[in-house]
Design a protein around this ligand. Structure first.
Ligand code: ZN
Length: 313
């Protein structure tokens, strides 16, 4: 099940294939995959857009799309001063990192954002359009290089959104663990209560941590998954902050974790972080630190691995 490192790897793998490509046709063969707008509207609305950026927010892929206004004859071009100002205002709302200057203002384009959450089994692949679609491929985008980008999703929980502003989908997410300061992490932690593992999985607390990396981080920080967040010392909280970042950096470096066949890279390769897992999938095997057999239990309905010696309640 893809978490932050797998989504980050997917983003990096997709960029060289998709940046600069224009979407020429869209087909949705499982309507519920598209959460917003409805599938019919989506198939019409996305055609003609060029992909100009691919980024990640938490476990979401964020594609930035641009359509030259000159190709849309129903709209007034930016020669119309009033229309230009309105476009500029909309642009600033949707893309706050980049506010157009006066020169760029004359070239303001029509922007949209495509957000994709892979959930349990979502995967992207490139295919020749004439290759028969398989029944687990639910969205098909024909690109201007002649290839088709297909979304394969065995469990059908993956979701796509086509929106004017990414905040409509990811606005409530907590900060990125690799971008937040230790001070900010401690401050947010001190404002919460409850068991530490479910808190780490709460995407409004920090974005991108899932089941595998929560267990791994807690093992490195020597914290039991059921510890009450309010009882963590400053030292433990600091160790946990460092552990999360260490685990994520390392996992991104090796292309993520291909643990249960739900995640493969775009080229079909597996990630390699499963080789580095310290507790996940190791029930009964000796702890790498103390030799005590790793225990598997259930916390908040999620399978949870820990060392009963290193990670005391
Ligand atoms: Zn141990």
């Amino acid at each position: 099940m893809p978490e932050l490192p797998e989504v980050e790897t997917t983003v990096r793998d997709l960029r060289p294939h998709l940046i600069g490509r224009t979407i020429q046709r869209a087909r949705v063969t499982w309507e519920r995959t598209v959460a917003q707008p409805n599938a019919k509207q989506f198939m019409r609305a996305i055609v003609g857009y060029k992909i100009i950026g691919i980024n990640r927010r938490g476990k979401y892929l964020v594609f930035e799309l641009e359509r030259p206004q000159t190709t849309d004859h129903r709209r007034r071009t930016t020669d119309d001063g009033r229309n230009l100002r309105e476009s500029a205002a909309a642009y600033q709302i949707t893309n706050q990192k980049h506010v157009p200057n006066e020169r760029e203002g004359s070239q303001i384009k029509n922007h949209k954002f495509l957000l994709v959450h892979l959930r349990m089994t979502g995967q992207f692949g490139f295919h020749e359009p004439r290759v028969k679609r398989d029944k687990h491929q639910h969205v098909h985008l024909l690109l201007d290089d002649g290839r088709e980008l297909r979304f394969h999703d065995f469990r059908k929980f993956g979701r796509w959104w086509l929106v004017d502003n990414p905040a409509q989908v990811v606005g409530k997410l907590g900060p990125e663990p690799l971008e937040m300061s230790k001070r900010e992490f401690l401050k947010r932690l001190r404002a919460r209560r409850g068991h530490i593992k479910p808190l780490l999985l709460n995407q409004t607390f920090v974005a991108g941590v899932g089941n595998i990396y929560a267990d791994e981080s807690l093992w490195y920080a020597k914290i039991h998954p059921l510890r009450d967040a309010t009882t963590l010392t400053d030292k433990e909280a600091s160790d946990l902050y460092n552990a999360i970042r260490r685990v994520f950096r390392k996992a991104i470096g090796v292309g993520g974790t291909s643990f249960d066949a739900t995640y493969k890279r775009i080229n079909g390769q597996s990630g390699e972080f499963q080789e580095d897992l310290r507790v996940v999938g190791r029930a009964g095997e000796p702890c790498h630190r103390c030799g005590t057999p790793i225990v598997k239990t259930v916390v908040g309905q999620r399978g949870t691995y820990y060392c009963p010696m290193c990670q005391r309640v």
